[in-house]
Design a protein around this ligand. Structure first.
Ligand code: ATP
Length: 213
């Protein structure tokens, strides 16, 4: 279980003092909504370790993540777009999620398995720049799979996709979350995405997370 406990933060020169309390269970998608500027990215940056809180804990199964630098946190982050290196193949982009010491055979196997799981078997040699928006997000999800970190932060991951790709990608996120016990935190402006796949919902308002369901 991921528990954010009394996590406080203020941007330099800003009056708002954030105080975050939330819980996210493994195998579930926890949605965060809120108006533009309410602090959704600030929360994700605190979870990823890009910002340091004034006080509080980010507790994953009894371990406080706050002292850990970003690279040591059990976290993957996927954005609306620009998650890939466009000049590299899909396979190379996925392989970037693996530790640098992994042997070549193990890398090839892990990458193929992950691409197959996201529905892109056979597309590994395609250059990322030639993939559709939906395919790019699938490659980024395959990289998240091989990284194998239990907390997955998604910042508007479906917003750049057309309706068909959007529905398919969000169903894939739900399936991967269940299959791999991810604690998935989904930041979205779109209530239809949230209603379709989230188990818990919070709204960010006046610096605090309000439980919505
Ligand atoms: N580095 C910073 N220094 C000072 N203020 C900042 C900084 N980053 C963000 N802010 C301010 O903090 C507030 C919250 O910003 P944040 O980006 O977290 O909101 P958001 O809910 O993610 O917005 P959006 O939905 O538009 O992406 C805003 O008022 C923003 O201007």
């Amino acid at each position: 279980m991921l528990r954010v406990e009394d996590l406080s933060f203020a941007h330099a020169g800003q009056a708002t003092r954030y105080r975050f309390e939330m819980a996210a269970a493994p195998g579930e998608i926890t949605a965060i909504s809120g108006a533009s500027g309410s602090g959704k990215s600030t929360l994700l940056d605190l979870l990823a370790g890009f910002l340091t809180p004034l006080s509080g804990r980010i507790d994953l199964d009894g371990t406080d993540l706050v002292p850990l630098p970003p690279e040591s946190r059990p976290v993957s982050l996927l954005l609306q777009s620009d998650n890939l290196f466009d000049h590299l193949t899909a396979s190379r982009n996925v392989a970037l999620g693996l530790p640098s010491g992994a042997g070549k055979g193990a890398v090839v196997q892990a990458v193929e398995t992950a691409l197959s799981e996201v529905g892109l078997a056979g597309l590994g040699q395609q250059t990322a720049s030639t993939l559709s928006g939906g395919q790019k997000q699938r490659v980024a999800l395959a990289r998240t799979l091989v990284r194998n970190r239990p907390i997955v932060l998604l910042d508007e991951p479906f917003s750049a996709l057309d309706d068909k790709a959007r529905t398919a990608t969000r169903e894939l996120v739900k399936a991967l979350t269940i299959a791999h016990d991810w604690h998935t935190i989904l930041v979205s402006h779109h209530m239809d995405d949230i209603t379709a796949i989230a188990s818990r919902r919070y709204r960010l308002e006046a610096g605090e997370l309000v439980v919505e369901g």
